[in-house]
Design a protein. Structure first.
Length: 602
């Protein structure tokens, strides 16, 4: 017989209690842990997955600092490959110089990269956040671009007054020292101050020096390839700006280290003092792996009309010299006329017009100036411009044309435009934005960049490897600055340099002097500054000596002889600089003794 459903016979008390509880409590089970466990069982881990374990170990190891001397910032810069001397410089500044140093590498060895490494390292270590970088106006955007792209540092270019409140600001020193910016900056504390082209602070009496000296900074970097040029006091001023008292007081420094303004004494002690505040890497004479310089001098005969203008200008200048009683120092401005006439009629025309305006109305010189203007009216062509056009067509590549004169630059821009050639200018006087725009146009659609001397300093143009020197400065260092814009680290092609030279003029002698006597165009800068330093020890620059020779020479043969003598002197000095030991050398060699010769590979 079937037992009734409500029959409780045989039920245990615990079963009765359970049913009663189930009637009142809703019990739920969370089985997600079981699902996750089953998944781990299925894939055998991850608690014992060897790949996962290795990644975990690598993650922990990456956080370890094996050595305090290592640059921690390199882990954050996978795309940057600094050269060994740049890494060595950064380490030395960080660990031996307490973040206050002069970076005095020779041109083209990457002082900006060294400064960027030092800045990035301090930021990674949490020691620097507020940074002020003061540079020439033409380099502001270049610095901003490099810091952002190469180092991932969020630098900004100062444009408005509120820009100073950003953490990393790049600005023109000329802007920074003016009101109201000056008071804003002097009221702030900076972790790091960087000054590019710091040799412009060499005179402690200048506004620039005094302003930088008043800025409050914990660390400081001064960048310059030429920490001293004419006077040991310049070196003293820079080091005192960086580390006051490092060389003692002014009188103490003079007593201990100076024979006269260009000749040091106690060289070993001076070198030791400098090595604690200065890093100087040199290219040296061996092991250099820069691309080649291929030089071609192109002599050009002047047209009949151009030669007549040159001869007339030469006669005018020499007549004025004779009338001055042989005072050549007062004639240097007029010598410019002869240099300009070798460049273009436009350049000499502007100078003549300005001279005409300054001359008294009753002076007979006004009539002679007007005669020269009439010579200019007869000139319808420019032999150099025609040759430059021919060279550019043959190259079929980007090219930089350097000229000393704004009027020549304008003439060439119009001339090329008439011949359907895209060219852009680069010169002093352009604001920062326009200079950057011109550079972008040259990288992109323009074939030719026509630069005045403002293009010979600071900008990097490794994407181009053709240079035309439309006219040449008489200062060899300025010629080297031009070439150094393209012949530097990062240049992958041989650099081709074309020097246009008008026959039968002073320019012909200058090219011979620079090319034959000191091999300037093919000589990578290094000994050149030492050669000129010795040559100019009598307080006359090469330019002044050339001007004097030109004014005093009675004829072409005598001029050639005088310039030949100057060239022989330069050749002898070049041999001395190349052969002598460090001892008993001038201040340039003392600076080089601070550094080391480095092997440079592009």
């Amino acid at each position: 017989m079937t037992q009734p459903a409500n029959d409780l016979r045989g039920d245990q008390p615990s079963s009765i209690l359970t049913r009663k509880l189930n009637a009142h409590v809703n019990v739920q089970f969370d089985r997600t842990w079981f699902t996750e466990l089953q998944q781990r069982v299925d894939r055998n881990g991850p608690w014992d997955d060897w790949t996962m374990y290795q990644l975990a170990v690598e993650a922990d190891q990456s956080k370890l600092i094996a050595s305090f001397d290592d640059l921690q910032c390199m882990r954050t810069l996978p795309a940057l490959e600094p050269m060994p001397h740049q890494i060595s410089t950064a380490r030395k500044v960080l660990h031996e110089m307490s973040g206050r140093a002069i970076l005095a590498d020779e041109v083209g060895l990457g002082k900006t990269i060294e400064a960027g490494l030092i800045l990035k390292e301090y930021m990674v270590r949490g020691l620097v956040s507020r940074v002020l970088i003061l540079v020439p106006a033409s380099l502001v955007l270049q610095w901003v671009r490099e810091l952002n792209q190469k180092f991932g540092i969020p630098a900004i270019a100062q444009k408005k007054e509120h820009s100073w409140q950003n953490d990393v600001v790049v600005a023109s020193i000329d802007t920074a020292k003016r009101d109201p910016h000056r008071d804003i900056l002097l009221g702030q504390d900076y972790d790091l101050l960087i000054i590019d082209e710091a040799h412009k602070l060499k005179n402690k009496k200048t506004t620039n020096y005094q302003f930088v000296n008043q800025l409050r900074k914990k660390y400081c970097l001064l960048l310059t390839a030429t920490p001293v040029q004419n006077d040991l006091d310049e070196l003293y001023n820079l080091i005192t700006l960086l580390k006051p008292g490092q060389l003692g007081g002014q009188s103490e420094f003079s007593a201990n280290f100076v024979v006269d303004k260009r000749v040091p004494k106690n060289e070993d002690r001076l070198q030791e003092a400098l090595s604690s505040v200065m890093v100087r890497n040199r290219r040296g004479d061996g092991g250099i792996q820069f691309t080649k310089r291929i030089v071609k001098n192109i002599p050009l005969p002047l047209s009949t009309e151009e030669q007549a203008l040159y001869d007339a200008v030469t006669g005018f200048v020499r007549d004025r010299y004779n009338e001055s009683g042989g005072d050549w120092s007062s004639m240097l401005a007029l010598v410019t006329l002869q240099r300009e006439v070798c460049s273009s009629r436009d350049a000499v025309f502007l100078t003549l017009v300005n001279l005409f305006k300054k001359t008294a109305e009753d002076s007979p010189i006004r009539a002679k100036i007007w005669e020269l203007v009439e010579f200019i009216r007869n000139i319808q062509a420019n032999s150099k411009a025609e040759k430059a056009m021919e060279l550019i067509r043959e190259m079929n590549d980007k090219v930089i044309i350097f000229t000393e004169y704004r009027a020549t630059q304008e003439y060439l821009l119009n001339y090329f435009r008439q011949h359907n050639l895209v060219a852009v200018p680069y010169r002093g006087g352009m604001n920062r934005g326009k200079k950057d725009w011109m550079m972008d146009l040259f990288r992109g659609r323009a074939q030719v960049l026509i630069a005045t001397e403002a293009g010979g300093e600071g900008i990097n143009l490794q994407f181009c490897h053709h240079i035309i020197n439309f006219d040449l400065p008489w200062n060899p260092m300025r010629v080297e600055q031009r070439i150094g814009r393209v012949h530097r680290l990062g240049q992958k092609n041989d650099v081709k340099i074309y020097n246009l030279c008008t026959l039968g003029t002073i320019e012909e002698h200058i090219v011979e002097l620079l090319h034959e006597k000191i091999n300037l165009f093919e000589l990578v800068i290094g000994g050149l500054d030492h050669i000129l330093e010795r040559f100019e020890k009598e307080d006359q620059t090469l330019e002044q000596r050339l001007s004097k020779a030109m004014l005093e020479a009675g004829n072409t043969q005598e001029l050639r002889s005088r310039i030949q003598d100057l060239g022989d002197s330069l050749s002898r000095l070049k041999e001395e600089v190349e052969s002598e030991e460090i001892e008993d050398t001038p201040i340039g060699a003392i600076l080089d003794a601070v550094g080391q010769t480095v092997e440079v590979r592009p």
